[in-house]
Ligand binder design. Structure first.
Ligand SMILES: Cc1cc2nc3c(=O)[nH]c(=O)nc-3n(C[C@H](O)[C@H](O)[C@H](O)COP(=O)(O)OP(=O)(O)OC[C@H]3O[C@@H](n4cnc5c(N)ncnc54)[C@H](O)[C@@H]3O)c2cc1C
Length: 509
């Protein structure tokens, strides 16, 4: 290896793997041993396991993200998407959040753009559904659930009310189960503020295509969780598939039909599709082929880890790969950084080996399920374990202190039940008064100046990712295929630098 001057390390994605790798490299690199650039559309790394608590209002959303510029001092941060990589040319095409796309030269590539929601071609899904992977989605869902309670409590039409109070979750992995359980818990709590609403008026439905939920824990714990959810009145439909969601009319393959005002898609993830726009080797599932040393298989100067990579799982049999989890991502980032440093210094590198410790999941305040190294916990001990574990894992002392402060306050005061959904379009009222001839759109029942918050795709997409201005709209669905909901007017990330430049030219003209 001879890079001439100090090698330039390019890190694609500032999530778990990207941020932890950059952090470790920066700490351990001497002076000008190498330079580091991180390309990431968000200005922060998201601690995803805390998203359900952020959605439920137990944690302030800003406290579950880590500002990259604050923690990665000494690294160059580029806010944008890597749209293409020619590793042979050691060049990445970057579309910054603003302005023209450009090419960036590098010597060493660390590619870790994670995963996106794995969707299916279900009619109506793209228009009605929302995922649960980003802080923007968590904030949106919190506003959405509370705004549905507000709308239902004031509605006179029984069908409108029933639809607003029906919440459908599709997919029973830990992200879906935690999001469902935490939001239901919040909504149940909120009902006490609405004299016209009782928890029994709400309908929460989980649809799962397989015969069990929480595949990350043992079948017995999965069954326990189903019973807990059912005990709370949540309908769990196993071995069931959604056939259509057109206009919020849900059709299931067991023949059942109902209307839902909120549809959350949590049916797993797939590798980021941007990987297909690289000249790196992919496996049949679209993941980067990786070695146990976290190098891209058969390619010099290219490293990978996390949700986007097929990393051999040395603790299991031949052909097994590590699953998409924060547990692996954090540990792989550490090994990747150590190996990259060792390679720079012509020292031996070591394989990644970690046997999955288990899972912890929160099911609402004081409720949870956990299975760690075979030890099974239920109820509040599991919930306590969930909080202790994640507090120990969330990066930086600053974040830990803020999370503890949020939890401590919640011991003394009940959570805030307020929907700030109008943050979605803060200029709406101003537009209305500044446009004398404006009138409410036909077919909506919204009061002038209010988003059409009762039901429906228009309302949903309008109230989308900009619900909290701390989360830039352009970063809501990074790398999501065109089918996913995007804020109106948000262009899909361009496939190539040329395409990006032509889009920028169109915007200017
Ligand atoms: C709600 C939820 C709860 C979870 N809970 C747990 C849990 O309790 N335990 C657990 O072990 N795991 C959990 N996970 C899974 C865990 O968060 C992921 O496995 C982990 O984040 C993977 O890390 P990563 O670095 O591969 O991807 P990410 O952390 O997703 O990072 C990828 C980054 O790449 C960026 N990016 C995407 N495209 C581009 C591009 N073209 N150019 C530049 N950057 C790009 C993205 O913006 C993102 O920041 C949870 C996930 C979710 C969604």
């Amino acid at each position: 290896m001879g890079y001439g001057q100090a090698p330039h390390i390019l890190i694609v994605g500032g999530g778990y793997v990207g941020m932890y790798t950059a952090l470790r490299l920066r700490r351990k690199l001497h002076g000008d041993e190498a330079t580091i650039t991180v390309v990431e559309p968000n200005s922060y790394m998201t601690y995803q396991p805390f998203l359900p608590e952020a959605a439920a209002g137990n944690l302030e959303p800003r406290h579950v993200v880590v500002p990259l510029r604050k923690v990665l001092k000494g690294c160059r941060i580029i806010s944008g998407h890597v749209v293409m990589v020619s590793h042979e040319q050691r060049t990445a095409s970057i579309q910054p959040l603003l302005g023209d796309a450009f090419d960036l030269k590098y010597d060493i590539l660390v590619i870790c753009p994670g995963s996106v929601a794995r969707t299916l071609p279900i009619p109506g899904l793209a228009e009605q559904g929302i995922g649960f992977k980003s802080a923007a989605e968590a904030i949106y869902l919190r506003n959405q659930v509370i705004s549905r309670l507000d709308a239902a409590a004031s509605a006179t039409d029984a069908a409108v009310r029933r639809r607003a109070l029906t919440f459908l979750f599709i997919g029973g992995g830990y992200a879906g189960i935690e999001a469902l359980a935490e939001l239901e818990d919040m909504a149940r709590d909120a009902c006490s503020y609405y004299p016209d609403l009782a928890p029994a008026d709400m309908r929460w439905v989980l649809v799962e295509a397989t015969g069990r939920i929480l595949p990350e824990v043992s079948p017995a714990m999965g069954l326990y969780t189903v019973k807990q959810l059912e005990h709370r009145g949540i309908q769990v439909k196993l071995n069931t598939r959604v056939e259509s969601l057109l206009d919020g009319n849900v059709v299931l393959d067991d023949g059942e039909r109902f209307e839902a005002g909120t549809v959350v898609w949590t049916a797993g993830v797939k590798p980021n599709p941007m990987l297909a726009r690289t000249d790196l080797p992919l496996d049949e599932r679209g993941r980067l082929r990786a070695t146990a040393f976290l190098q891209v298989d058969g390619v010099a100067d290219a490293w990978t880890a996390g949700d986007c990579a097929a990393v051999p799982d040395l603790t299991k049999g031949e052909g097994a790969t590590t699953g998409p989890s924060a547990q692996h991502a954090v540990r792989q980032a550490r090994r990747l950084a150590e190996n990259l440093l060792a390679e720079l210094r012509h020292e031996p590198i070591r394989p990644y080996e970690h046997s999955y410790a288990g899972s912890v999941a929160s099911l609402g305040l004081h409720k949870g399920v956990a299975e760690i190294y075979g030890v099974r916990l239920r109820g509040w001990p599991a919930w306590l374990m969930h909080r202790t574990y994640h507090l120990s894992r969330v990066p930086t002392v600053n974040r830990k202190a803020r999370v503890v402060a949020d939890w401590t306050l919640a011991l003394f005061f009940r959570r805030e039940i307020v929907s700030l959904g109008s943050f979605a379009d803060p200029r709406a009222e101003f537009r209305r008064v500044a446009t004398p001839a404006s009138a409410p759109a036909a077919g909506t029942h919204a009061a002038p100046g209010m988003p059409a918050a009762v039901d429906g795709p228009a309302a949903d997409s309008a109230a989308d990712s900009t619900a909290d201005k701390a989360v830039p709209a352009a970063s809501t669905f990074p790398g999501t295929p065109a089918a996913a909901p995007a804020p109106p007017g948000t262009p899909a990330p361009p496939a190539t630098a040329a395409e990006a430049n032509s889009q920028a030219a169109q915007r200017r003209s």
